[in-house]
Ligand binder design. Sequence first.
Ligand code: FAD
Length: 568
Amino acid sequence: MLRPVEFSHRTRAANLRELAARRFDVVVIGGGITGAGVARDAALRGLSVALLERRDFACGTSSRSSKLIHGGLRYLQQGDVGLVREAATERYAVRKLAPHLARPVQMLFPIYSRASYAKMSAGLWTYDKLASIPDVERHRMLSRDEALTLEPRLRADKLYAAGLYTEYLTDDARLVIEVIKAAAALGALPANYCEAEDFLFDNARAVGVVARDHVSGDAFEVRGRVLINAAGPWVDAVRLRGEPGDAPRLQLTKGVHLGVRTARIGLSRIVVMNARDKRGVFAIPRGAVTYLGTTDTFYDRVEDYPRVTLDDVHYLLDAANRTFAVEPALTAADVVNAWAGLRPLLAQAGKAPSELSRKDEVMVAPSGLVSVAGGKLTTFRRMAERVVDLAAEQLAAQGAAAPARRGASHAELLGSSGTGDDVPAFAASLRERWPLLAGDLIERLVTLYGSHAERIVDGIAADPLLGERFDPALPVTRAEVEYGVREEMAMTLEDFIERRSRLLLWDLQLGGSVAVGVAATMGRLLGWDDTRVRDELARHRTLAEHLTTFVADDDTAPTPGVAQAADA
Ligand code: FAD
């Protein structure tokens, strides 16, 4: 069994004290997957690392993705063989790092003509070869009848055949948190709610940042030999603070996902839908919710919660209604929740949103500031290696000695591989050991927390009070909340409900039925008074409303919620 590793508000307070007191080899700005990966890689190389995140870890794009660790079949269509090879190799690397965060899932690609069949068959064959796909995961071409047997809700009228292949499903925010915890266990000092507001210069070289602790409101200096800007959609904002005259480099595009009830759409595996503009869009079943996405449209401003427009909603529902025979057809009233993320892509003149390269790009400013943009969740490990290679060069140029390595970057994340490759078998072994504990509780904990679930389950077995549910219908317990606060630095109700437990995405009531109990438990652990508890609950309600409210396409007039979480 893994030992508990404290990573809490107390760790945060201790980290903040150290951040102000020391000079670090590397200061990372941004706690999404890019910053998390860089912090871990640098810590693995024995470097001292500070990581500053202005809100919560994974609060940006890294909690709003399609949640696929994928080999990039789409990039093959664009002729980017290098990206396919890298993504395919990295898929396995992520699976080794944390098997519960890279679950193999079948993907069904409906085909509507003989010509498309030939193209798809050749594409999947090439993909299997290029990506060295193991035998069990190789693609199969299905006849029309076979496809309909697997997914009876597919519209049969124009269906010709289908391709079936395997990709991996992850949980983006959970992946980020696991990577950050792994970095912390290697000595990195992460702090959420701590923003890099300005740069410190010495002879035009960036030598640190002025950081603000958003909990106390205090500002302090964090000094570093190499500064890495991994601020995702905010990369330009951070970069231009250090290089005011420089031109912006990013072109953001918005990607929206809609959640609908799985019972309504009735899929057993991921299906690729054909949108009205011929883009491939996924329908991804995940427990009670099936999410549809994504869109890809230019977006001209950086926001924590980009708005979902009615056009986004209609575009995705139209793709679903074209692909599936759902009676009556899906409408906006079926939408349980909707979330939008911004892709931090590099601007390329004249290209449409879906044509912009998904490759990561590293920019080094004259001040030495290293900025990273683009990239995928899937390739975070390789991207981090490249960035830290560059940081190591800068450190060597400054005369810093290279410290001894602490581990390999393909090594597991803080005991995450303790489940073994067969995650369901791990859950079954826990159910066997604790037959009196509810199966859905064990299932939930293993899905979210992998082998760490064992310790949470053992805790509940030892103290049944920890296993009490806040809502009898939902296996969310005090034990899970305590784990989030003590071992995952959850500082607010939103941190727990949105990014630790993912209730905002996968629960039909967006965590509404447990919010009061969770807030009370967090309040006890974090010392909140009644006013703070009320404020946290109000913020959760606002956020849930945001996820169920769509704006008119001119983005000015807010439209009242068309699907209320409370109705679910
Ligand atoms: P972010 O996750 O946005 O992290 C940047 C962080 O920096 C934020 O948390 C922000 O708060 C913080 N920050 C900003 N300014 C400051 C500051 N001054 N001080 C401190 N912190 C700061 N990839 C895949 O591999 N598979 C997929 O299925 C997939 N689907 C996607 C679907 C959509 C709709 C989108 C938008 C992207 C998808 N991607 C996918 C791509 C992937 O999600 C992103 O490339 C990745 O999450 C970007 O991570 P990041 O760390 O660079 O940015």
